[in-house]
Design a protein around this ligand. Structure first.
Ligand code: PEP
Ligand code: MN
Length: 349
């Protein structure tokens, strides 16, 4: 909320009144205020009614900050995709997505699906189109791999999540996938966000490795603005100064978006760390932070994986993580209603 003062108001006195009510405020200098003093009531402050603020001596107006992502705000808190439920409170079971980094062959993906489905893995993952750092690395088998993935999933009653790397892949991916994945490197690429959104299919939107939370939410808004069914967010680590792990898993963002704002967020600890030995503790931590599910790269023979072998779990390791996971999510702990996600907004361009 933005509080605008009367021209003759004593701003220090108003500031004290705001603090007395337990509100964190920040004095703004907005030229549009015509020289009047304004205070922003910061996100995380105790809830307060506009009327109570208007009653403070010297306060002329109180305005709710306009949300930059109205469609995301309006998205139901509980998102259903093909019978899987993401978020929306404490009674849902965590959603597991697992499979190889790349779909390497029909045999590979059929054999893996047969072993993952009985573990309770709802979504079979695997890239047909791979975003690789080097043009000389394996780039994925393309369209044929989409067909293998779908057939393998269908044979075992699983859903499919797979990445559309470019606009030219969107139609083919939308045909086979239950959830269209937009990768970290593409989160900022608005033509792809629009194209995926226009299919009407739900989107799994991975966080850009350099994206702020606000940029991530606005990328979701691009998809929803084109009429797509729903967006599930996926935290997969961001770039920071320490390269001991592949990225830095931002569990603060997960707690903020899931617990405070009620959004469906899952976590991909595989790309966040690049190390299979860290996936069990970080899976537990992600679910404790409020993640609605986990995406874990899994391979029957990680040493021979065509991409991302060092972070791939064996099926046995995945099974141990799933068995150690509580059957119900702990997201219902927070009392009260989710706060509006507009309060995440910061400067944008
Ligand atoms: C992936 O999940 O296959 C992938 C490439 O992940 P990210 O976009 O997070 O790097
Ligand atoms: Mn990978």
């Amino acid at each position: 909320m933005i509080v605008t003062l009367d021209p003759e108001a004593v701003s220090e006195a108003v500031g004290r009144e705001l603090a007395r009510r337990g509100l964190w405020s920040q004095r703004l200098s907005d030229p549009r205020a015509g020289g009047r003093v304004q205070f922003l009531i910061r996100p995380g402050s105790v809830p307060v009614a506009a009327e109570e603020l208007l009653a403070i001596d010297g306060v002329a107006a109180v305005a709710a900050a306009e949300s930059p992502h109205p469609r995301l705000d309006a998205q139901p808190r509980r998102v259903e995709v093909g019978g899987a439920t993401f978020g929306g409170g404490g009674d849902a079971a965590p959603v597991f997505m697992a499979g190889p980094c790349s779909v390497e062959s029909p045999e590979q993906i059929f054999s893996l699906a047969a072993r993952l489905a009985p573990l309770g893995v709802g979504f079979l993952r695997g890239g047909a189109y791979k975003p690789r750092t080097s043009p000389y690395s394996f780039q994925g088998h393309g369209a044929p791999a989409l067909g293998w993935l779908r057939e393998a999933a269908d044979a075992h009653g699983m859903l499919v999540v797979t990445e559309a790397l470019g606009e030219e892949h969107v139609a083919a991916v939308a045909e086979v996938a239950d959830l269209i994945q937009i990768g970290s490197r593409n989160m900022h690429y608005t033509p792809l966000l629009r194209a995926a959104g226009a299919t009407g299919k739900p989107v799994l939107l991975k966080r850009g490795m350099n994206a702020t939370i606000n940029e991530w939410l606005l990328a979701a808004e691009y998809c929803l603005d084109q009429g797509n069914a729903a967006v599930v967010l996926c935290e997969r680590g961001i770039r920071a100064f320490d390269r001991s792990t592949r990225n830095v898993l931002d569990l603060g963002a997960v707690a903020l978006l899931s617990r405070e704002h009620g959004l469906p967020v899952i976590v991909d600890p595989s790309h966040a760390t690049g190390r299979r030995d860290l996936l069990a503790p970080l899976s537990r931590a992600a679910l404790a932070a409020g993640a609605a599910g986990l995406m874990l790269e899994t391979h029957e023979d990680p040493g021979r994986a065509l991409s991302d072998g060092p972070q791939a779990l064996t099926v046995g390791e995945l099974e141990a993580i799933i068995r150690a996971t509580p059957a119900r999510l702990a997201t219902g702990e927070r009392s009260g209603q989710p706060s509006p996600i507009s309060s995440c907004a910061s400067a944008q361009s």
